[in-house]
Design a protein around this ligand. Structure first.
Ligand code: GN1
Ligand code: MG
Length: 349
């Protein structure tokens, strides 16, 4: 790693390297030189197969945010002035360190307001930014019918023992084929517009200061066009739940309707005017769908030998899938309750 570190324009000699294992995709290290810290990341090129385009996106995105005088990631270039260092087929990048804390789940409703505002402001700030300027770094990233089809295809190559072990999960997913198409069809019909989206605004991708005020969204790798519904629902997926996606005791895992209400109210206060009627009327469904989608993604990766998401043990992705599918079902069973909460909020706008 010293060889890589030497390639970047860091201030001072690096005296400490600490691994940060929060993300499920890239490898992240915190470096320290005297009193300054930096982030060094090895990009997972199985997931992001065009790191150059990826960094071009991040350059545009961070510039856009900085030009609004807001805080965002700041890229540290290499000594030749480029955004990446390539070494032995690996791609590395660096950022300035932002002094902050992160949360894996929320136990304090004031954090919900912070998350909702942070995401809504991100959307607002990018509402004027043409998404066509951004490369599609992962095609079909939140394309649920494609994710469903890949799952079906995966089943053809899945061992009988896996199929027996997961028969209820498989049957549940297979019964949702039509649901998987709903949002995507609305996008195709142009009833739901494509916008610049973060595409991964989970709670741990928001930095907070010491007073628990949101600083900014990080992990800008997947910022590209998408439906704002997958962003709102993905934030809700990790903010409005009793436990994180890592919780294996499903008795402890449930949706927090009070947090949902706070989230939606806070989000819409900032960005209501930018949403159209079809987006609003599909918002509750999109929450059910994002849990289902994430459940399918974890389950598919389990069947595929855990090649995509980092795992600590062989059944890790299966346990994550169970957590997400349980929540998807809970939303399904409480659609009308959630719709009522949303309608009441909208009524007052
Ligand atoms: C991954 O990189 P990270 O850990 O923030 C994944 C998201 C998933 C999330 C689940 C590029 O996000 O889509 O929702 O794990 N990112 C990618 O925790 O696939
Ligand atoms: Mg991350």
């Amino acid at each position: 790693m010293q060889k890589i570190i030497k390639e970047f324009e860091f201030n001072g000699a690096i005296v400490e390297i600490m691994e940060n294992s929060l993300g499920l995709i890239n490898n992240t290290y915190v470096l320290r030189s005297g009193s300054e810290k930096f982030i060094l990341q090895k990009i997972n090129t199985n997931v992001f197969n065009n790191p150059i385009q990826l960094m071009e996106n991040i350059y545009l995105i961070t510039n856009h945010i900085n030009n609004l005088n807001k805080i965002s990631l700041e890229i540290i270039k290499n000594k030749q002035g480029s955004l990446l260092v390539e070494s032995d087929g690996d791609f590395w990048r660096a950022f300035k360190f932002i002094k902050s804390q992160v949360f894996l789940k929320i136990d304090d409703s004031s954090l919900i307001i912070e998350c909702a505002n942070c995401l809504a402001n991100f959307h607002k700030d990018f509402s004027v930014f043409p998404f066509k300027k951004l490369h599609t770094v992962i095609p079909n990233f939140h394309n649920t019918p494609v994710i469903f089809d890949r799952f079906k295809e995966m089943l053809l190559h899945t061992s009988e023992s896996n199929k027996i072990e997961c028969v209820s999960q498989i049957n549940y997913v297979l019964s949702k084929e039509n649901d998987c198409k709903i949002i995507h069809n609305l996008i195709l019909k142009k009833e739901i517009p494509l916008r610049v989206c973060h595409n991964d605004p989970k709670i741990s991708n928001i930095l907070f200061d010491s007073k628990k005020k949101a600083i900014c969204l990080i992990d800008l790798d997947t910022v590209m066009s998408g439906t704002i519904l997958s962003d709102i629902s993905d934030a809700i997926r990790t903010c409005c739940v009793s436990q994180s996606e890592e919780e294996i005791d499903l008795e402890k895992v449930f949706f927090k309707f009070d947090y949902f209400e706070i989230f939606i109210k806070s989000y819409l206060k900032v960005n209501y005017d930018n949403l159209n009627k079809i987006e609003l009327s599909n918002l509750v469904f999109s929450v059910e769908l994002i849990f289902l989608e994430q459940g399918i993604r974890f389950l598919s990766d389990y069947f595929n030998g855990n090649k995509y998401f980092k795992v600590n043990h062989q059944k890790h992705n299966l346990l994550r899938a169970n957590n997400q599918l349980k929540l998807s079902k809970e939303i399904r069973n409480n659609r009308s309750k959630l719709q009522k909460i949303l309608d009441n909020i909208i009524h007052n706008f």
